[in-house]
Design a protein around this ligand. Structure first.
Ligand SMILES: Cc1cc2nc3c(=O)[nH]c(=O)nc-3n(C[C@H](O)[C@H](O)[C@H](O)COP(=O)(O)O)c2cc1C
Length: 331
């Protein structure tokens, strides 16, 4: 389990449902304001929905906006039946949604009121059917009103998105009756920061494979002291590992160990000198009993070394590493 998910499940365990104290509960019909507070536990973004009905412009702050479908592209929002602009939204036949940015609280307040000069006070541009698109929003959706559903004291206006635009910026949020800004979860942000610090923030995708090769070379160099302690060089240790699988010709050894010809020659000479190899009558090389013993020692040492290296790593990172190796055909 990664550190971040470990933190999350630990937090969840600490604050389980039983431990969270109840604030209020009851019959929605008895206390509408309490129901509204309960619904306010669900966070939303904030939009301003606008329309042009003839010469009349209408617009209001809306947080009931939601995505419905991608194909066809449908969205919805609900308007209070009693709203002074409900009839205009229905007659206009089109509406535009501006998704507010985190620096647009004042616009939300302006369009959340019945201020008569809303459109004089806010910068906007007319969309394709004349509905105002508020400047500075992080997204615009221009919709054809497709269906109107009854929704108690509200009407649900389903729109077919005819055109959209997405702009840079962060969304304004609304929850528990207050405005807020989005922030990455601290536990996840911590994990992202530590992995970025370890790898370097500027590592581009095109450099990943090169970095993988460097990392492998670095690990091999790092392991050198362990080899030396067992009287082996890197080529000798690779040759021993390959010969553990059985007798082998010199050409096959060079091929399977990725060593140069002279490295193979030097390595074989060193192993012969230490009595770790035998040369068979058919010309193949074979491990001696002492060679098998030394190979087991280097394998044990390598296993310890690798275990040490992986010990501090999160399980999710190791799983991702395995997937990458599989994708590269090294599983
Ligand atoms: C953050 C926020 C979200 C709102 N969401 C909605 C909504 O989804 N539907 C709605 O009918 N009114 C909503 N309102 C209220 C309307 O914006 C407000 O009633 C309207 O602008 C006032 O004009 P009216 O009295 O003509 O309706 C919201 C207000 C705010 C501040």
């Amino acid at each position: 389990m990664s550190q971040a998910s470990a933190n999350l499940s630990r937090d969840a365990a600490v604050h389980d449902a039983a431990a969270r104290s109840l604030i209020e509960a009851g019959d929605p019909a008895a206390d509408g304001r309490a129901l509204r507070r309960c619904l306010g536990q669900f966070p939303t973004g904030v939009t301003v929905v606008t329309a042009r009905n003839g010469e009349r412009l209408v617009g209001m702050a809306v947080n009931s906006f939601a995505a419905v479908s991608l194909a066809p592209p449908l969205v919805l929002w609900s308007i209070r039946r009693e709203s002074s602009s409900a009839a205009d939204f229905l007659r206009a036949g089109h509406y535009a949604v501006s998704v507010l940015a985190d620096d647009q609280v004042e616009l939300s307040q302006l369009f959340g009121s019945s201020h008569p000069e809303r459109f004089e006070r806010a910068p906007w541009q007319a969309g394709r059917h004349g509905a105002p698109l508020l400047s500075g929003a992080i997204a615009h959706l221009e919709c054809r009103l497709e269906q109107v559903h009854e929704g108690g004291d509200h009407l649900i206006l389903v729109g077919h998105v005819e055109r959209y635009a997405r702009h840079e910026g962060a969304p304004l949020l609304f929850t528990q009756g207050r405005y807020g800004v989005a922030q990455e979860h601290p536990a996840l942000a911590e994990a992202a920061a530590s992995s970025e610090a370890a790898i370097g923030p500027n590592l581009t995708d095109s450099e990943l494979l090169r970095q993988l090769v460097y990392a492998s070379q670095q690990l091999s160099l790092d392991f050198e002291s362990h080899r030396q302690a067992l009287g082996l060089t890197m080529p000798m240790s690779r040759l021993l590992t390959r010969l553990r699988q059985g007798p082998c010709s010199t050409a096959e050894l060079a091929h399977s160990t990725y060593l140069e010809q002279d490295e193979v020659a030097d390595g074989l000479a060193g192993l012969m000198q230490q009595g770790l190899l035998c040369l068979r009558a058919d010309g193949l090389r074979e491990l001696s009993a002492a060679g098998r013993e030394r190979q087991a020692a280097i394998a044990g040492s390598a296993n310890h070394y690798m275990k040490d290296k992986l010990d501090g790593m999160a399980e999710a990172d190791i799983a991702a590493f395995k997937r990458v190796l599989q994708a590269l055909g090294r599983d």
